[in-house]
Design a protein around this ligand. Sequence first.
Ligand SMILES: NC(=O)c1ccc[n+]([C@@H]2O[C@H](COP(=O)([O-])OP(=O)(O)OC[C@H]3O[C@@H](n4cnc5c(N)ncnc54)[C@H](O)[C@@H]3O)[C@@H](O)[C@H]2O)c1
Length: 448
Amino acid sequence: MKNLNRRDFIGKTGLAAAGIMGASSLREVFASSTGAKKKVALVGTGVRGLGMWSKPVLAEFSDIVEFVGLSDINEGRLKYAQEYLGGNIPIYGDFDEMMKATKPDILIVSTVDATHSDFIIRGMELGADVVTEKPMTTDEEKCQAILDTERKTGKKVTVTFNYRYSPHRQKIYEILRSGDIGDITSVDFHWYLDIHHGADYFRRWHRLVEKSGSLWVHKASHHFDLLNWWLESEPETVYALGDLEHYGKNGEFRGETCRSCAHKHDCQFHWDITKSEHLTRLYVNNEKYDGYHRDGCVFRNDVNIWDKMAATIHYANKVNVSYSLTTYSPYEGYRICFNGTKGRLDAWIKESGAMERPAYDEIMVNYNFGEVEYIQIPQSAGHGGGDRRLRDRIFRAPESEDKYRQSAGSRDGAMAILIGVAARKSIASGKAIRIEDLTDLKPRAKKA
Ligand SMILES: NC(=O)c1ccc[n+]([C@@H]2O[C@H](COP(=O)([O-])OP(=O)(O)OC[C@H]3O[C@@H](n4cnc5c(N)ncnc54)[C@H](O)[C@@H]3O)[C@@H](O)[C@H]2O)c1
């Protein structure tokens, strides 16, 4: 590949100047000048609650944030979380008790997906703004209930779409907005989960539609949110297909957990959780409280989600998207292409696999009747650097300029999951599903 015209990423995107890093808002100045810290509580002390929403928050924002409470249904995991976070944060088995005793300004929700709506709704009713992990929820009824409660209480829901914050995806957003490839007419978007990360969903609660909404919601809602954000439009109609052909009942043998399995020496998916002290203390040692096995067999007969999925999504601005998700690929990553009236943008991200990951992610822009441009974005850790930048936005500078419109609220959370909900309904009915039939949100051609 010839590098004909490489743009200077930092210079052109103004990443550092975008206000996310080091900027101060009135709210921030007020908080630090009066010494009043934001009171934050967390429900769901699993690996994400600890690794994304408490340990780093304590390390990065202790000047402006006070952690007032932790809650989880699993008593042992909750006690471990308290110890892991230094031993001082009060813990509550009862969520309402925590909310009433600590009165947090911000409640962070990082529980099992299907339970998010309970805490989002109750959290707002008890006076907090809510920051919830994706997916905002798992079906259209719960989605409507969240929207209704937000309107009723005047509190705010933020959905933590960290994928929007990676520099590479931000660069794609910027190129699309520049109009360089004209109006977007269609998108090809194909995501590959590998035989490690992809398989991991089939070990855990994610394998059950009733807990995760299936990967259409749990995983693909990340991708659907990216599409909604990149296109600055909302989905109108979804037609989908899906199968379970690899994991679950398709295995030649099965056990209950990898630890106890008679086939551990033959199974390519065998995984020894006890090699991680953190995961052993978080999950294995606390199985006695809820019977949950973090290292469940990927071939259990109760797996009821799809492992191969494809959808056609029609947007209100007339863009057609061809999407697929595969869960047993030899490498992890995605390919995306935006077809425009003046050219085409291609990106191919490889996050794992036999081939070494390059030091940069690339974007290729082909102009109709013109030249080709290659843009290289340096790699960074934590979902492409997105996790850290998202936390900065939420805790450090929530009201600073949002040049790339990366903050996401309940409408964004809804539009992302509703594509997945529509996909499930389309598979069940064999018909295309209209998003406007799912909640009271009417898809907009141009995002407000
Ligand atoms: N944005 C991302 O990149 C990203 C990455 C990983 C996970 N997540 C999200 O974070 C959330 C947590 O994921 P995880 O991997 O930490 O899962 P996990 O299973 O490790 O943790 C979930 C926790 O919720 C608790 N819980 C379940 N039901 C509860 C209830 N009714 N009341 C109180 N606590 C309850 C469990 O005991 C557990 O401790 C999920 O919503 C997931 O989708 C997001």
